[in-house]
Write a protein of this length. Structure first.
Length: 410
C-alpha cells in the first residue's frame, strides 16, 4: 500500500537516471477505470506535463521511467480527469456507511507489478488521524516513517468504491460517473443531516442528483430555513417536481414560507391535481388544523367491507407509513366513523366496516394548534380527522405533525 502523501514530491528520473522533475499529482479517469491511475503529473515552465503511469517504476525514493517510456506530453485537465491532489485531497465527501460528511486526509493505492510494468490502483481514502499526521509531517520526516502511519491509532479508511465525491457541476458528475444513489438506501432524516452539513452549492448538487421522490422525503426532514434556501436555489420546474412528491401539508407549509413570486412559479409548474391540493391547503392559516393537516387519507363509503380496504390501499398514492385509520363517509363526504387498521386484521373479509368503526374525535379546520395538542394528549391519538363546519372530511393531522409542532415550540 502506498499513499498519496508519500508520493507527492518524489523525484522523477529518466531511464538513464537523470532527475527530470517531481511528482505533483496523479490522474484517474473514472469513465475508463474508476480506480486505475492513468497518468502521473509534474509541472515545468508553468505547465502541467503527463507521463503514462504504466511506464514508471516506483518506490519511496523516487520514480524511474522505463526505457520504452514515451516523452512527457502537455496535460490539459478535462471534465473526465480526476486529479487526486486537486479534486480529492482535503475535499468533503459523503460517507454513506458512516452517515456523515467527512474530509479526505489521504488516498491509499495498491501497487501491482507484471514484469517491468506497474499498475497503481486507488484502494481507499483515509479520513482519520493517520492520514492527517502523514499530511502534517510530510517533508519533515523520512518517507519510510510516514509509511508506518497507516498502522497508527485512529486510522479510519473508506473503500474507494463506496465513497461519494461531491461535484457541483452536473456535466462533470456525468463525466466522472459520480452518483449519490446510495443515499436513497438511508433514512431520509439521516440524508437530511448529511446534506445540511454541506455548503450551499454542494447541497443543491446532491439534492438535484436524487430522484424527485427521495429528494422530497429528504426535504421534508430539513429545518424550514434550510428548506426555503434549497428550494429557492432550484429552478422552478425542478422545485415543482420535488414539491409534487412531498406530503401535501409539508408542501403547503414550505410554499407558504417562500416569496410569493417563487410560490406562484412553482405552483404554475406543478401538475393540476397536486397544484389544486396544495393550493387548497394554502388557504388555511399555518397555525390551524387546516394548515397542519394532510389530505392523504383513505375514506370509504359506509357499506364498504374489510375486503374493500386492500383495494383502496393499492389505489392510494400517498405515504402509507402514517396510515393507521380508515375513515367512513356518506355520499356528501361527511365523516361517519373511523376504523383502526388493527381491527381489520382479525375481521373476516366480508365484514362491514361500519360494524368495526368507532366514533371519531375530530377537529374543525379553523381550530388552533392548542386544540390539536389538547385532543392528541387527552385521547392518546395517532391521527385526528379534520372536518369543516358541515362535518365533511378534509384531511387528518398525524402524530408526526404534532411532534413537529411541539419541537418548533421548543
Amino acid at each position: 500500500m502506498y499513499h498519496l502523501t508519500e508520493l507527492l514530491g518524489l523525484p522523477i528520473y529518466g531511464p538513464t537516471g537523470v532527475r527530470q522533475a517531481r511528482l505533483r499529482d496523479v490522474v484517474v479517469e473514472p469513465a475508463t477505470d474508476p480506480r486505475l491511475v492513468q497518468m502521473i503529473l509534474f509541472r515545468q515552465n508553468r505547465r502541467w506535463w503527463q507521463l503514462p503511469a504504466r511506464f514508471v517504476n516506483l518506490n519511496l525514493h523516487g520514480l524511474r521511467l522505463l526505457p520504452d517510456a514515451p516523452p512527457p506530453q502537455p496535460f490539459d485537465p478535462g471534465p473526465g480527469h480526476l486529479m487526486l491532489t486537486r479534486d480529492v485531497l482535503d475535499q468533503q465527501i459523503l460517507d454513506v456507511n458512516g452517515r456523515k460528511v467527512v474530509r479526505v486526509n489521504d488516498v491509499g493505492f495498491e501497487l501491482h507489478r507484471s514484469g517491468d510494468l506497474l499498475t497503481l490502483r486507488a484502494a481507499e481514502v483515509d479520513v482519520g488521524v493517520s492520514g492527517a499526521l502523514r499530511r502534517l509531517f510530510q517533508g519533515a520526516l523520512p518517507r519510510r516513517w510516514l509509511a508506518r502511519a497507516s498502522h497508527w491509532p485512529s486510522s479510519r479508511r473508506i473503500p474507494w468504491n463506496v465513497f461519494n465525491l461531491i461535484e457541483t457541476d452536473p456535466a462533470r458528475r456525468v463525466k466522472l460517473q459520480i452518483t449519490y444513489q446510495d443515499l436513497a438506501n438511508l433514512h431520509p432524516a439521516d440524508v437530511a443531516d448529511i446534506v445540511e452539513d454541506l455548503a450551499p452549492a454542494e447541497r443543491e448538487a446532491v439534492l438535484e442528483s436524487l430522484t424527485d421522490e427521495v429528494a422530497a422525503d429528504v426535504l421534508g426532514e430539513m429545518e424550514p430555513r434550510m428548506q426555503r434556501s434549497l428550494v429557492e436555489s432550484l429552478d422552478s420546474e425542478k422545485a415543482a417536481d420535488i414539491v409534487e412528491e412531498m406530503d401535501p401539508d409539508q408542501a403547503a407549509d414550505l410554499l407558504a414560507d417562500l416569496p410569493q413570486e417563487t410560490t406562484r412559479e412553482i405552483l404554475r409548474d406543478m401538475q393540476a391535481e397536486e397544484r389544486a391540493e396544495v393550493s387548497d391547503l394554502l388557504e388555511f392559516r399555518e397555525d390551524t388544523a387546516g394548515g397542519r393537516m394532510t389530505t392523504d387519507v383513505v375514506a370509504l363509503p359506509a357499506d364498504a367491507t374489510v375486503g374493500d380496504v386492500a383495494a383502496a390501499l393499492r389505489r392510494f398514492e400517498g405515504p402509507v407509513e402514517p396510515l393507521n385509520t380508515i375513515f367512513l363517509v356518506d355520499d356528501q363526504h361527511r365523516l361517519l366513523s373511523a376504523v383502526p387498521l388493527a381491527r381489520l386484521l382479525l375481521a373476516p373479509a366480508e365484514s362491514r366496516l361500519a360494524a368495526l368503526g368507532v366514533e371519531p374525535v375530530v377537529v374543525e379546520a379553523d381550530e388552533k394548534d392548542s386544540a390539536i395538542i389538547q385532543r392528541f394528549d387527552k385521547y392518546n391519538l395517532l391521527a385526528l380527522p379534520v372536518v369543516d363546519r358541515e362535518r365533511r372530511l378534509l384531511g387528518m393531522v398525524t402524530a408526526d405533525d404534532v411532534i413537529t409542532l411541539l419541537r418548533s415550540r421548543g
